[in-house]
Design a protein around this ligand. Structure first.
Ligand SMILES: Cc1ncc(COP(=O)(O)O)c(C=O)c1O
Length: 462
């Protein structure tokens, strides 16, 4: 049945910043009824319909094809610049498992040609599980970061013996001793002096060694990879290049004692435009990486280093969105926002980075996207915790609830939630996590079913 016509705001398509590749929103559009639509080639999904179908449950909606597109694009762009600049070495992508350890995220990455990066013995157990299933291409390489417990080291050695290409990244003199006699390739992690604009740029962190410490080690058995990680969500492209310059100079120095060193692993840090403001692109950064490395290497007469990137959130974050129903509202008497809108979920549970690092995720309505009148609102979660809220930079402008039609409820979507949030999630106040659905080939599949209080209770021994 035709829906009754509501007056529409003129500029509503612009307001929500959808359908823009440089903002990672090219998969989203708004239909003529003002509802959010996700596109997968010639398939499309009406998110308002989907949200109502799972009525009562918040949703995490995962789009594997987005991950595939993004990684494919990275490979395509890297290949084109390697050709353009006459770069003589290889490029590879290692997926840092910590960014999203869910199976449905990892499998499409592997099928696109991702290698892996682990941060713990348990993650390596996961790799072993995949490796033993004999589905792995024998060329896959795994770099192992993070503190090397005995369990972790034994697993590295076991997998190496089983024939897996595995490279422990040594982070201290103590760790080096633990790998004494390790017959395979190794790496070292350098703690660069370069500081970047990023939430994670700590003055002193627990990872890696200074150049002097690495140089003092002299020859390091099997050394192949110089690894660093400047910090996640590195805001400026120039910061990446400044870090690369310092790392390259260190690489040249370390190589004098370790001629087998042939790879620079620049770690993660490629920023996601969470706030829907333009940042840099894979094209611009990869072009500068290859152009600079070639110039620098040719100048000092060393072979072009192989390049590894571990860009985690840049590949996975845009592949997921969370959808919530507004279940309550409440007037705010003093404040720049006029209403609290309560969601059927919890920011502290589902999107911990809002609380932990003040991450600003982009919020859009799922229905009534063409509303003329909008309220200034703050969002609140269902837990009775004063930190369970999300106020954005100042407030959000979302459709007025009084303008909804009878029986209509307002749903909102929070974009770019595919990195880190799943592994941090919890069950504060016994609140159910979102139902997880996968959109693929025009079909919606449930990857994690809706959990009721009985399911949540099991986590706590009830
Ligand atoms: C060693 C290493 N590589 C890669 C990453 C992924 O970073 P991002 O998701 O910002 O790309 C991290 C994140 O902490 C890291 O520590």
């Amino acid at each position: 049945m035709e829906k009754p016509k509501r007056p529409k705001a003129k500029n509503y398509k612009k307001i929500w910043k959808l359908s823009q590749k440089e903002l990672n929103t090219e998969y989203f559009s708004i239909n003529k009824d003002g509802e959010l639509v996700i596109h997968e080639g010639n398939y499309q999904y009406n998110i308002y319909d989907l949200a109502r179908k799972f009525n009562g449950s918040s949703l995490e909606i995962f789009m594997p094809y987005v991950i595939e597109d993004r990684l494919e694009n990275i490979f395509k762009v890297a290949k084109s610049y390697i050709k353009k600049f006459g770069y003589k070495s290889k490029f590879s992508y290692h997926f840092p498992i910590k960014v999203n350890q869910r199976k449905e995220f990892m499998l499409p990455l592997l099928s696109e040609g991702a290698h892996l990066e682990t941060a713990s013995a348990n993650q390596l157990w996961l790799v072993k599980k995949l490796y033993m299933s004999e589905n792995f291409n024998s060329r896959i390489r795994v770099v192992c970061n993070g503190p090397k417990t005995l369990e972790y080291i034994n697993l590295i050695k076991e997998l190496r013996e089983k024939g897996l290409g595995i490279v422990p990244i040594i982070e201290s003199e103590e760790e080096r001793k633990l790998f004494k006699g390790f017959p395979g390739d190794t790496g070292v992690r350098i703690n660069l002096k370069t500081r970047v604009k990023s939430h994670w740029d700590k003055k002193i962190d627990q990872f890696g060694m200074t150049l002097d410490e690495i140089s003092d080690m002299g020859r390091i058995r099997g050394l192949k990879i110089l690894h660093y990680h400047l910090g996640s969500q590195t805001k400026f492209e120039n910061d990446h290049i400044n870090g690369l310059r310092e790392a390259f100079d260190a690489y040249v120095k370390i190589r004098k004692q370790n001629p087998g060193l042939d790879t620079i692993n620049i770690g993660g840090g490629f920023a996601v435009p969470y706030e829907k403001k333009r940042l840099y692109s894979f094209e611009s950064l990869l072009s500068r990486i290859f152009k600079n490395l070639k110039t620098w290497a040719d100048k000092v007469g060393v072979p072009h280093p192989n390049v590894i990137v571990e860009w985690g959130q840049a590949v996975t974050a845009p592949a997921q969105l969370n959808v919530y129903k507004i279940v309550l509202s409440k007037k705010i008497s003093k404040g720049i926002a006029k209403y609290w809108y309560f969601i059927n979920g919890s920011f502290q549970n589902d999107l911990l980075d809002i609380w932990a690092v003040h991450q600003k995720f982009h919020v859009i309505p799922v229905n009534h996207m063409n509303a003329i009148y909008r309220n200034r609102v703050w969002l609140a979660g269902l837990s009775c915790d004063s930190d369970d809220r999300y106020t954005g930079n100042d407030y959000f402008l979302l459709p007025r609830l009084e303008d909804l039609e009878k029986g209509e409820e307002l749903y909102i979507a929070i974009l770019d939630t595919g990195a880190y949030q799943d592994s941090f999630s919890g069950h504060h106040c016994f609140i159910s996590p979102p139902t997880k659905v996968i959109l693929q080939n025009g079909i919606v599949t449930v990857a994690r079913k809706r959990e009721g209080p009985e399911d949540v209770g099991k986590y706590f021994g009830w």
